[in-house]
Design a protein around this ligand. Structure first.
Ligand SMILES: [Zn+2]
Ligand SMILES: [Zn+2]
Length: 288
């Protein structure tokens, strides 16, 4: 039995250790496959995405480690790419021409301020509230609708292997917001529509334990209630922790594997031997 993880961030973006430290930690935590997914550069100033000047060095370093650790662990070099409906080409030109092993698609930015700066869903609560009031008239449900609509267009316009943490906006909900709570019927309707789009696109959707590892959410992305809905649609899943620290590589995986199994999943999608494969799993890991 072993685990895999395709969503990790090192010092090439906003992670807290160099890639080699992650590889050593992965070996200690019984991973048989480890993927690196630095935040792809974006075409505007931003502090947590990769510097465009480091893209080639990042790829070269993971390729060096792949060679060095060959036979002990399978390593892959990917990106976590942001989706933008308006500036996608300009951003993609910053990381084109590199043979990435896989691509994770994510929506962190859900709008732009009048001065052109971007509204981020995944930063501080204050920054999110500023956008909510300036751009959405304080209406959280409108932000939720925009966020899920961006995911639906992402899987049509920007083909990716895996969709990241697609309900992470729930973390920004505050009691007193009018609508948009995870338990609200309107929220659930938007989310389920998004699952239909994922099903149609054939992408893999990650179940992320990032909230459990970080200690700010006692559930997964997407939430536990979503997993049976994904199973019912036959949407393939992979198990990730969005690790920014080497010791977060498998935190919460046993719990997530149990939730997946209880929802009817018997296989998890894994990039292995150069292609995405379905691998049987149990509560203690994948049968690898
Ligand atoms: Zn992300
Ligand atoms: Zn990430």
């Amino acid at each position: 039995m072993s685990w895999t993880n395709f969503h990790t961030h090192t010092t090439f973006c906003d992670g807290h250790a160099e890639p080699v430290v992650f590889v050593e930690a992965a070996l200690e935590q019984q991973l048989s496959v480890l993927g690196f997914s630095s935040h792809a550069p974006v075409c505007f100033p931003n502090r947590w995405t990769m510097n465009p000047a480091r893209v080639r060095d990042y790829h070269r370093e993971i390729m060096r480690l792949k060679e060095l650790y060959s036979g002990r662990i399978e390593l892959y070099c990917g990106l976590e790419m942001d989706y933008f409906p308006d500036i996608l080409g300009d951003c993609q030109s910053l990381y084109a021409g590199v043979p990435w092993d896989y691509k994770i698609g994510a929506v962190h930015f859900i709008g732009a301020f009048p001065d052109g700066s971007r509204w981020c869903m995944d930063g501080s609560g204050e920054a999110f509230r500023e956008g909510l009031h300036t751009l959405m008239d304080g209406d959280f449900l409108s932000a939720v609708k925009q966020y899920f609509a961006l995911h639906r267009s992402m899987v049509q316009e920007m083909p990716v292997d895996v969709v990241a943490h697609f309900d992470k906006i729930k973390l920004q909900y505050r009691p007193g917001d009018k609508g948009g709570a995870e338990t609200d019927a309107e929220y659930r309707r938007e989310l389920l529509l998004t699952l239909d789009a994922f099903e149609a696109s054939g992408c893999v959707v990650e179940v992320s334990t990032r909230g459990i590892a970080k200690g700010n959410l006692d559930d997964f992305y997407p939430g536990s209630w979503v997993i049976p809905e994904m199973a019912r649609r036959g949407i393939p899943v992979t198990l990730n922790s969005d690790a920014h620290r080497p010791w977060d590589l498998t935190l919460g995986f046993d719990r997530a594997a149990q939730a997946l199994y209880a929802s009817g999943y018997r296989e998890i999608s894994v990039l292995r031997a150069g292609g995405w494969q379905m691998v049987p799993f149990g509560p203690d890991g994948l049968m690898l």
